[in-house]
Design a protein. Structure first.
Length: 277
């Protein structure tokens, strides 16, 4: 019970900034990350058959969706961009439901281990390049990882480099890594929420020292976050012909990666049996 309580608090607090950051990966307003942290979890509690998976916004899928909907400019055509993303979510959700009903967990056996490892490694590269702009305190726009690196290293972007944002990000990364190494070595079985500690410490430092006003470091409150839930409605099907195939890809990746992760975790804790539903 004690471990469940600590885990629940930690995952709940970490899900908020994580969901918002994943929405930024998909070029969506941060409020949609909050919706993604609430609604899927409630549905998961009601319909799940396994306890080895955490449901919510997924960084890899966020990057994939941003690339699939790149034919729409998220800044000048924000509503149309959001509608296209919601269309992918609807189509892939229907596909995931069908895969669950027909128990298609065998899909994970089709994907070899090298393929999954390559997918994970390439996803890490894409996520890293897409977040370097936030890490450096500059804007890199959208595009492929190569395009973002070129933009990041251009003279115009380097002139906007925010050393303070880079310093804070570096300190937080080093602290998190060092604390994790120390915990794994000395307290491997103790449930210490290191990520929660870093998030709380970062919020406290930003507030106490007024780093937003002094150094121009962006905070979550700088992004527009709407109050409450938006009214329920079906998304427009304006670009549905362009989004059918991306929806299938997103659905299969979500399904296969979720089952693969749950299997690996189940093996690690000695609970090998995992439902394919």
């Amino acid at each position: 019970m004690k471990y469940d309580f600590v885990s629940g608090i930690t995952v709940g607090v970490i899900s908020i900034p994580q969901g918002m950051s994943n929405c930024l990966l998909a070029n969506l307003p941060p409020s949609y990350g909050l919706y993604g942290c609430i609604i899927p979890v409630l549905a998961y509690v009601l319909f799940t058959t396994t306890r080895q998976v955490n449901i919510g916004p997924y960084a890899v899928v966020s990057v994939m969706i941003a690339s699939f909907v790149s034919f729409i400019d998220p800044e000048t055509q924000e509503q149309e961009y959001i509608t296209a993303v919601l269309t992918i979510a609807l189509f892939s959700g229907i596909l995931l439901t069908l895969l669950g009903i027909f128990r298609c967990g065998f899909i994970t056996r089709i994907l070899s281990d090298p393929v999954m490892k390559s997918f994970t490694a390439s996803s890490a590269i894409v996520i890293t390049t897409s977040q370097m702009g936030h890490y450096w305190g500059v804007k890199t726009g959208t595009g492929s990882p190569i395009q973002q690196v070129i933009t990041l290293l251009s003279p115009a972007t380097l002139r906007q480099f925010n050393w303070y944002a880079f310093l804070i990000g570096s300190i937080a990364s080093v602290m998190l890594y060092s604390m994790k190494v120390y915990k794994d070595k000395h307290y491997p079985q103790t449930p210490i929420p290191l990520e929660l500690f870093i998030v709380v410490m970062g919020i406290a430092v930003m507030r106490i020292f007024g780093l937003k006003e002094k150094w121009g470091i962006k905070m979550v409150g700088d992004y527009p976050i709407s109050k409450g839930f938006p009214p329920f409605s079906l998304p427009s099907m304006k670009h549905w012909t362009k989004l059918v195939f991306p929806s299938i890809v997103v659905g299969i990746v979500c399904y296969a990666s979720t089952i693969a992760v749950s299997k690996n975790y189940a093996r690690a804790v000695g609970e090998v049996r995992v439902s394919h539903g």
